[in-house]
Design a protein around this ligand. Structure first.
Ligand SMILES: *Cc1c(COP(=O)(O)O)cnc(C)c1O
Length: 367
């Protein structure tokens, strides 16, 4: 490693001159919704093929000035992350397994031919956001400040190749409780016509392009009264992959959880990994293997599958009541949330909010 690589990145700070007054901020934090409001500042770090990562800075939140030829606008060379800052009862601010997000951003960068940002620099960028905008971390139960790091190709060049100029940003958005009225099962729409990822594609990378591919089937889901869309594997159309932005688990009896194994078309969720660890800690059997749609249908019919849930950072753990497809349904729409689902959700959020000991060292203090 070169000497410069171990120097911590220094962030230049330009504070906002029109940060929202406390009263306005508190009004937003009282009912933040999701992804609607943004804090007063943002992080930017630039990269070029000649200079590497440089010019790290914290500036007022505001629009980007992009050349119309900027490569991200034409070829979609973009990746992102999502993690949360949680306020604990003693007012301290923490985040959950940020090194996992940093490593995943590095893997996504490799796949999308973007430069890798080191784990310490990634975590420092998040710290910088909290240092300046920590007051934006809400304190009501189940609320958080959602952090959205992202990286774009930012070279004015229409030739098709990996960009020689790139920018990394972090923005932050206060998030309300996902289930304000209690954790309720959702209906999921099965996409039979569309895939989100194919063999050798970008399914395992957290990139905007995967989401672009999921929006049309997502519209189909809404039209059919469903909250989310489930994708099967692109190759055979028989195995369960995941939802548009969440991984899927099946509970068998009370002591086994099963989740589709990582095939390259499934995104490796931090929540997925954490749920598997918590289940193992309880002495449950955890299986990562192919799950066919037929197993889901037969398992629910026979009672072998007792609960189904989805998981991801934004909604944590969401019970799935029913899977709806064009010509069949699995499960009952009004089925109550399952016990295993609810207790895993409770344990995970208890760790994130500092209500139980952090026995795996998953939390990083940010303030
Ligand atoms: C982000 C994401 C997930 C969930 O990952 P977490 O790290 O648990 O938030 C699952 N599937 C897809 C497609 C995603 O983009």
């Amino acid at each position: 490693m070169s000497k410069t690589a171990i120097l911590p990145m220094i962030f230049a700070l330009t504070p906002s001159t029109n940060a929202r007054p406390e009263a306005e901020r508190e009004e937003i934090l009282a009912d933040p919704g999701f992804g609607k409001h943004f804090t007063d500042h943002m992080v930017t770090i630039d990269w070029s093929i000649e200079a590497g990562w440089h010019d790290a800075r914290v500036t007022p939140y505001g629009p980007l000035l992009l050349d119309p030829a900027s490569s991200v606008l034409h070829y979609g060379q973009e990746i992102f992350e999502g993690l949360k800052a949680y306020r604990h009862a003693d007012n301290s601010i923490w985040t959950f397994r940020p090194e996992k997000n940093a490593e995943r951003l590095q893997r996504s960068a490799q796949r999308l031919a973007l430069p890798e940002l080191s784990t310490p620099d990634f975590i420092e960028s998040v710290r910088q956001m909290i240092a300046i905008d920590g007051d934006w971390v809400p304190s009501a139960p189940e609320t958080s400040l959602y952090l959205r790091p992202f990286m774009i190709a930012n070279e004015s060049f229409l030739g098709v190749r990996a960009a020689h100029k790139v920018s990394f940003y972090v923005i932050a958005s206060p998030a309300g409780a996902y289930f304000a009225d209690g954790v309720a099962p959702v209906k999921i729409w099965l996409s039979t016509e569309y895939s989100r990822a194919g063999r050798g594609g970008t399914g395992a990378a957290k990139c905007g392009g995967n989401y672009a591919a999921s929006l049309l089937p997502q519209m189909e889901a809404y039209e059919n009264g469903c909250a989310q869309v489930l994708f099967l594997d692109g190759e055979t159309g028989t195995n369960v992959d995941e939802l548009g932005g969440m991984n899927v688990f099946f509970v068998h009896g009370t002591d086994t959880i099963v989740t589709p194994r990582l095939t390259g078309s499934i995104l490796e969720g931090v929540t997925r990994d954490s749920i598997m660890q918590l289940a193992r800690d309880r002495g449950m059997t955890v299986e990562e293997r192919a799950v066919t749609l037929a197993e889901w249908r037969d398992g629910v019919a026979s009672g072998a599958i007792t609960e189904v849930f989805a998981c991801g950072t934004a909604a944590v753990v969401t019970p799935i009541g029913q899977l709806k497809a064009k010509d069949f349904t699995i499960g009952e729409a009004d089925a109550p949330a399952g016990e295993v689902t609810l207790s895993l959700r409770q344990e995970l959020t208890d760790i994130q909010y500092g209500r139980v000991p952090d026995r795996h060292g998953w939390l990083t203090r940010l303030d």
